[in-house]
Design a protein around this ligand. Structure first.
Ligand code: KG4
Ligand code: ZN
Length: 346
């Protein structure tokens, strides 16, 4: 049995987990920093980095204690090495280097996006390559063909905001607080999507890319008009976003050979309406649909440990060097053409 310690610190979640190659999450802990960032309505990088530095070591000790294991029992140490808020990423990566060096175990520097991309395989042993992945988080909105571990082909991306970012901004406009996605989902459930007319940017366009900036501005105008219920605005926003996601994903499905499954991952994959719409799209195409359990969708360390295990299982695996540099940006598909305005937040 191979056991890997995973460390995640790229945004506002400090997390550590122990996972084995039999797909058992032996232990995991997540310390959320929501309280620290709430007064600012978003993640403050400096506060995040300090919080990671404070919390990570005790958290790692706690998961080892929970599992009744010591460093000597581990087979590898995996940490997010990017992309993300660089101060936090450095805290996690340097901790992993120190632990790997002290225990003489292999270091695995994991791309956070690869953690999300492979997380569905931790939840579902029957999920095989190649699968079509919709990766929707606070910093990213992409459709990728996952051909194998380390082999990702980007087929679509956002030209402006990420989907999670659009949820967060909508929450801010409606005064729902932070983090926004779950709050928007909650009040949307009580609203009427048809009560407010909102645009569907790029719907039907030939390029399968996403755009959410115009939708966000329309939400702001709807709020400022002072005639709509917040719940109706939230429901209309969520429905418009879902219509775009489904249209773009359907477009990509029409251009590729049949994948093994349609898969969704990343924080926004925790949204039940998004999941249900994608499940229906998969059914329409006769495809298997896979969405990780909610706790594996938002940032966590189990997915980082799992990505480490997947890397270790590759033929010719070599550990990453101790001078591996944390990367604020790290595209999963380095060959993908740059897209106008495609920002990477975290
Ligand atoms: O993957 P994640 O935890 O962190 C990043 O790597 O960005 O994603 C966080 C994003 C946030 O924008 C959050 O608002 C969104 O995922 N999110 C949701 C829901 N839960 C989290 N968006 C919509 N509905 C949700 N239930
Ligand atoms: Zn993430």
């Amino acid at each position: 049995m191979t056991i890997v310690l995973g460390i995640e610190s790229s945004c506002d979640e400090t997390a550590a987990a122990l996972v084995d190659d039999g797909r058992t999450i032996i232990a995991q802990r997540i310390a959320s920093q929501d309280e620290a960032h709430r007064p600012y309505g978003g993640v403050v990088p400096e506060i995040a980095a300090r919080a990671h530095a404070e919390r990570l070591a005790p958290l790692i000790k706690a998961v080892l204690d929970d599992a009744g294991l010591s460093l000597a029992d581990l087979d590898g140490i995996a940490a997010t090495a990017g992309p993300g808020l660089i101060g936090g990423v450095m805290v996690g990566l340097v901790s992993a280097k120190a632990l790997a060096m002290a225990s003489d175990k292999p270091l695995i520097a994991v791309n956070h996006l690869e953690g999300h991309a492979l997380s569905p395989r931790l939840a579902d042993a029957s999920l095989t390559f190649p699968y079509l992945l919709l990766l929707v988080s606070g910093g990213h909105c992409q459709i990728l063909l996952v051909e194998g571990v380390g082999r990702y082909r980007r087929l679509a991306t956002t030209i402006d905001d990420a989907l999670g970012e659009a949820f967060d901004k909508t929450a801010k406009i409606l005064g729902l607080g932070f983090p926004g996605g779950p709050a928007v989902e909650r009040i949307a459930a009580t609203g009427h999507a048809k009560a407010v007319a909102l645009p569907r940017p790029l719907l039907g366009s030939a390029e399968p890319n996403f755009s959410f900036a115009g939708l966000k501005s329309a939400v702001l105008r709807a709020k400022q008009a002072n005639v709509h219920q917040d719940a109706d605005i939230a429901a209309a926003f969520q429905q418009a976003a879902i219509d775009c996601v489904i249209d773009r994903t359907r477009k990509v499905l029409g251009t590729i050979a049949r994948p093994s499954a349609l898969v969704v991952a990343g924080g926004v994959a925790a949204n039940r309406s998004v999941r249900a719409a994608l499940e229906a799209l998969a059914a329409e195409h006769g495809l298997k649909f896979v969405a990780p359990p909610l706790a594996l969708c938002t940032d966590n360390a189990a997915m980082i440990a799992w990505a480490g295990l997947e890397r270790m299982a590759l033929k010719g695996f070599t550990p990453d060097p101790f001078d591996f540099v944390a990367r604020p940006r790290w595209p999963l598909d380095p060959d993908a053409a740059p897209v106008r305005g495609a920002g990477v937040k975290a």
